[in-house]
Design a protein around this ligand. Structure first.
Ligand SMILES: C[S@@+](CC[C@H](N)C(=O)[O-])C[C@H]1O[C@@H](n2cnc3c(N)ncnc32)[C@H](O)[C@@H]1O
Length: 264
């Protein structure tokens, strides 16, 4: 019996229209789909009715399924000759542990294919009207995890990032927003730097709050995960480039404000 193959597929950031054609083709032919929390359930409607659907995200009140256990599921099916679609939010190789899963598959001798997805890191700012680069405002951007901001020995070099990169896109940083802001200020980023926090971007529940490093912690109090943070002058373009008006963003929320309102 030939072993099955594992497809590590990016599901995009939320809007099902951002799924790639290759990803959709694999979903429609899937025998087994192993999927994460951030995957839009609408995409699972594309999976054949007799296919197995296995949720490996975090369930309310329970711990996340250990990465080793997820790897075992993927390898177990492949060794039984069954192809697996491993569906992950955004892009599988951007903070999605896709690298670890691919390594485990390689070590087990299981063939795999990577199907990139549209990462929330670029799509969510885009749906909020924020370009990550712009001739007049930013010629570099970095995507970093905010998960580690509170660690004294964080693997993210906040001291360098604070001033060396024009636009910072911070994933998994909502809970650590106060520490992130404190680190950026301590390492020389101006308190007037515009910041946006975007919740459930690209979906009908997208909600955006803007402010500056001086006041974003207070302004973003009502924002809930999943959310990402954009720091940099490009956030100033939001008021001019806003184009996506789902329920959450249609009318400016009471806490939302436009950076220009401060006369900056
Ligand atoms: C584990 S990372 C996975 C990132 C994913 N692989 C990608 O490329 O988008 C999860 C984080 O991505 C961000 N994120 C993912 N989808 C999002 C969305 N629709 N709106 C806002 N942030 C999102 C949040 O910061 C969330 O905590």
């Amino acid at each position: 019996m030939n072993p099955g193959k594992v497809y590590l597929v990016g599901a995009g950031p939320g809007d099902p229209g951002l799924m790639t054609m290759r990803g959709m083709q694999l979903l429609r032919a899937a025998q087994v789909v192993v999927y994460d929390q951030l995957v839009n359930p609408v995409l699972l409607e594309e999976v054949p009715v007799d296919a197995e659907r296995i949720f490996v995200g975090k369930q309310a009140g329970k711990h996340c399924i250990a990465q080793g256990d997820i790897n075992e599921v993927l390898i177990g099916y492949a060794w039984r000759g069954i192809d697996v679609v491993r569906l992950k939010g955004g892009d599988p190789f951007v903070f999605g542990r896709g690298g670890e899963e691919a390594e485990a598959l390689r070590d087990a001798g299981v063939a795999f294919e990577i199907v990139p997805g549209v990462s929330s890191a670029v799509a969510v700012p885009a749906y909020a009207g924020i370009p990550l680069t712009h001739r007049n405002y930013a010629s570099s951007f970095a995507v970093v995890t905010g998960h580690e901001a509170v660690k004294s020995k964080s693997t993210v070099d906040w001291a360098k990032l604070a001033t060396a990169v024009d636009t910072l896109v911070i994933l998994m940083g909502l809970h650590n927003l106060p520490s992130i802001v404190a680190k950026l200020l301590a390492h020389g980023r101006s308190a007037n730097t515009p910041v946006a926090v975007i919740q459930q971007g690209t979906t009908e529940r997208q909600t955006t709050v803007t402010g500056t490093l001086a006041d974003i912690v207070e302004r973003a109090r009502t924002i809930k995960a999943p959310a990402l943070i954009v720091v940099g002058e490009v956030v100033r373009l939001k008021s001019a480039l806003d184009w996506f008006f789902p329920n959450g963003d249609a009318e400016p929320a009471p806490t939302a404000h436009r950076v220009q309102d401060h006369g900056e």
